[in-house]
Design a protein around this ligand. Sequence first.
Ligand code: DLL
Length: 436
Amino acid sequence: MDIKRCYQPEIEAASRDYLRAIQSARLIQMVKNCYENVPFYQQKFSEIGLLPGDIHSIDDISKLPFTVKQDLRDNYPFGLFAVPRDRLVRIHASSGTTGKQTVVGYTEEDVLHWSEGAARALVAAGATKDDMIHVSYGYGLFTGGLGLHYGAELLGATAIPVSSGNTQRQVQILQDFGSNFLCCTPSYALFIGETVADMGIDPKTLPLRGGIFGAEPWTDNMRREIERLLDIKAYDIYGLSEIAGPGVSYNCACQDGLHVCEDYFYPEIIDPDTLEPVPDGTYGELVFTCIGKEALPLVRYRTRDIAALNRDRCDCGRTLVRMSKPRGRSDDMLIIRGVNVFPSQVEHVILEQGLEPNYQIQVERKDNLDVMTVLIELSDAMFSDSVQVIQEAERRLKNAMLSTLGVSSSIRFADPRSLPRSEGKAVRVVDKRSLV
Ligand code: DLL
C-alpha cells in the first residue's frame, strides 16, 4: 500500500484554483458518464434540455437537476448504476426504516477512493501505519465496518474487525490487543466507556489514543463526555452509503468542522424549500455530487442532513472546505406544537446541565396537543441524592429546555442503567404521534 495515499497535501492542502480545476474536469466527465450510461439521468437531462456539452466547469453545477432517495428506490436495486455488473466489486445497502432499502455499488476504483477518504480521516485523527485500529462499526451491508477497515488497511495500519456487540469482549480486546483507535458510533463509544468502568479498568491504562465516531448526530458535549470516559481524543467522521460510506468528511486535530473530500464528493448547501444555494455559514440541506465515482455517480444528491459550509483556512493546513457537524436530518426533526426541535439540541441541553448522556425523547399527542417528555437516566450518585436535589435538577433542566428549544417539555428521571444501550445507531426518539 502506498502511504502517500493517506495524507495527500497536494489535494488536502491544495490551492482553491487547483481543486476547482480537478472538480471541473471530473464533473464534465461524470455528466457524460451519466448521460451515456444511466437512462434515468439521460431522461432527466433531456427534460430540461441539458446536454453534456453544456457543462464546462464546476460553476455549471447549478444547471443540473437534483437526485433524491426516492429515485434510488424507484430504480431498486441496480437501476442507477452506470457500469455493467461485471465491473462491480462490492454492494452495500442502507437499512432504511421506511420503504425499500437503497442499494449502492462500487467498482474497484470506487472502493479505493472511498478507502482513501476513510484513511484520510484516520490520519487526520493522528493514526499512523503503526497503529491498531479497532473497528466496532457493524460489518455487512452497512458501510461503517468495511469502510473503516479498508481505510485502516490502506494506511498500512492493523485493522481489528471486531464488529459491534458483545461489549465486554470489546473491552477485553481493547486491553489485550492494545488497540490505539476505536471506530464506532458515538452512542456505542459511550456504552464501551461505561463498560470499561464497570469492569474496573482505568482507561488511562489502555493504549487507546483516539476514536473515529460517526454515523449519527452527536454534540460537542457528548464528545467531551466520551473523551473523559475513555481518556482519548474523539473525532467526528461523516458519510452516507449513497455517496460512499464513512470518510466523505472528517475532523482534523482542530476538531472544528469536518473537511470534505471535495475532490470526490462536491458539497453544496441549499435552502430545502427554494432549492437555491445559501451563503457559506448558513445552515441548510447538504447536497453532494459524486464527481469521482464510476458505479453510482449521483448528481446533486439531497442528503436531508442539515449543515453549513466554512471555507476559512483551517489551522491544520488543509484547504478542503469544512462542513459543520450535521445537526440532524430534516426528516428526524420533530415539530412540537409548531416548533422545530432537533434531538441533538435536546442532547446539548442535557449535557450542558451536567446530566447523564443516556436519554430518550418521547412525543405523544394529548388532547390534540403535542407533549414532549425527556427521559434521562440518573447517575448512581444522583440516585442516592435527596428528593429536593433531584427536583431542583428537574426544574433547572425544564427551564433550560424551554429557553433553548422555545417549547416546554416534561422531564422524567429513570433509574441508573435502565434505558436501552446502543451498539450501532442509537434510537433517541419514540414518537407515538405517528401511531395514533
Ligand atoms: O452512517 C456511514 C457512516 C458509517 C458514517 C460510519 C460514519 C461512520 P448510512 O447508514 O447510509 O451511512 O447513514 C447516513 O447517517 O445521512 C446522516 O444522517 C447520518 N450520519 C452519518 N455520519 C454522521 C455524523 C453511514 N458524523 C446518515 N454526524 C447520514 C451526524 C451522521 N450524522
